[in-house]
Structures are given as C-alpha cells and as structure tokens.
Design a protein around this ligand. Structure first.
Ligand SMILES: [Zn+2]
Length: 263
C-alpha cells in the first residue's frame, strides 16, 4: 500500500514528516520547511509526553522548539513527596528532557490546579509568543476533564489572537502564529479527532528517553501507565499512517478550509 492509500485509509488525515506553518495540508506525504514549534501545556508532563515528539522532530529537521509550561505540575505529588519538592523534581526533569531533544523550556508560575483563564494569563502567554515567534503552536484540546487543561486551551487561543493584534501594544512587536494544532492526550480525549499524522520514527528513542526523566512516566507517582500508553499509542498511530511510529494532532477548525480552483 502506498502513502496515498494509507492516507485514504485514515480518512482525510494529513500524513506529514513534520508540522508546517506554511504549506497547505494535503492527503499526500508532505515534507515542508521546518519552522519553530511552541508546545504550550498546563503541566510539564503533558508538554513532553503529548507534544515532545513533534517538537523533537521539528528540531531534527532544522527547525526550533520550545516547551512552555503554565505550571510545574507540583500537585501531582505522591503522598511521600512534599508538593514543593515534587515541583522541583518536575522542573529538573523538564530541563533534562528538553536538553536531550535540543529544545528550550519556559515556565510560568501559576499554581497547579489553579491556572486561571483571564486577561492576565492570556496576555502573559501572548508576551511569550511574541518573544519566541513560533510559526506553529501545539497545545491541549478542549475536550478535557482537567480544568487546567481546559483553561490552557482557552488561554492559548486568546494569547495567539493577542499576539497577532498589531494595535495591541506590548513590550514586543506583534507576531502571527500560522497554525494551531491540538495534541493527543489521554486526559483530553472527548471529541478528539486526529487529522494529522507525523512520522516520529527517527526521534522516537530520544523522545522516550526524554519522557523517562519524569517519575510519573515510570508509574512512580500514580496509577496511570504513561510509558505503556504513549509508547503503544505511537506504534498504533504508526500502523494507521504507514510509519513505524507516529503521533497525531488535531488541526484547529479554522485552518481546515482549503482554497482550490479544482479538485
Ligand atoms: Zn496535565
């Protein structure tokens, strides 16, 4: 079966070697110029487990990558580790993980479980976007049971709007993000419909090694089997897209329009 047949077999999904901020998505294998990807997550684990492979792939292709965490996820602490100490562990795991994949980490200081969706948080993220100037942003899908994830989704949408608004004066000049994608996350699964498959095979080992810096990845802090879930998901998504390993994204509804003169 060729790539086109694979693409047809997964519906209207785009099969990509990396995410692009400039090319038109198509059902064929698309290889495009690598731009900078910014992953924006409520908690550092979400950033690395669900968006890290996409960032790693972009960097491997000569693009840039940055992970912005709105909190350090300190309240995921198990009973035997004080919350503050666990927060420090999360931060250190993230710094080690991004170093391994060649990305940069930025942390905001909102309290885990209390990330607010308001003008202040949206403008803070807007300022980071204006400073980093990514072509593509990947963040949480809205269909989450977790309030921080839901708020992150809303914050990012407003932040991207503010970042591109020329008439909004901030310290840094306006910057337009070309594309927004939502990551596949076990906690954000309600109505998540992937339409973009990315080949991550060449960075898969490195990404899994990066994830392994987090105690939660190895099941040391809770019940969920992150390692098993995201490792097997990459294989399953690879089966559906004709790659050995793949991750999926859901593109923002507003960027799905295609302007064609003929089919
Ligand atoms: Zn989370």
């Amino acid at each position: 079966m060729n790539r086109r047949s694979f693409a047809q077999s997964v519906g209207s999904a785009a099969i990509l070697s990396a995410v692009s901020g400039s090319s038109t998505l198509s059902q064929n294998l698309t290889v495009s110029k690598a731009g900078k990807v910014m992953a924006i997550a409520a908690h550092p684990g979400d950033g690395m487990f669900t968006m890290g492979a996409t960032v790693a792939k972009q960097i491997e292709r000569g693009g840039g990558g940055v992970l912005l965490s709105l909190s350090i996820g300190e309240r995921g602490a198990p009973k035997n580790i004080p919350v503050q100490q666990y927060g420090a562990m999360q931060r250190s795991a993230t710094e080690n993980a991004v170093r391994l994949i060649g990305a940069e980490a930025i942390f905001l200081d909102y309290s885990d479980a209390e990330i607010p969706f308001n003008e202040e948080s949206s403008l803070r993220v807007c300022d980071v976007i204006r400073d980093q100037r990514p072509e593509v942003v990947v963040t949480h899908w809205s269909g989450s049971w977790h309030k921080d994830h839901q708020n992150c989704h809303l914050i990012v949408r407003d932040a991207i709007f503010y970042a591109g608004l020329e008439t909004l004066t901030r310290e840094r000049p306006a910057h337009t993000v070309s594309k927004i994608f939502y990551a596949e996350n076990w906690e954000d699964a309600a109505n998540f419909v992937p339409d973009t498959y990315i080949d991550i095979d060449s960075v898969c080992d490195k990404w899994l090694q990066a994830c392994d810096f987090y105690p939660m990845w190895r099941g040391q802090t809770g019940f969920f089997r992150y390692n098993d879930y995201y490792t097997s998901l990459s294989i399953m998504r690879g089966c559906l897209s004709g790659f050995r390993h793949a991750v999926t994204l859901m593109s923002d509804l507003n960027q799905r329009n295609q302007r064609l003169q003929s089919l």
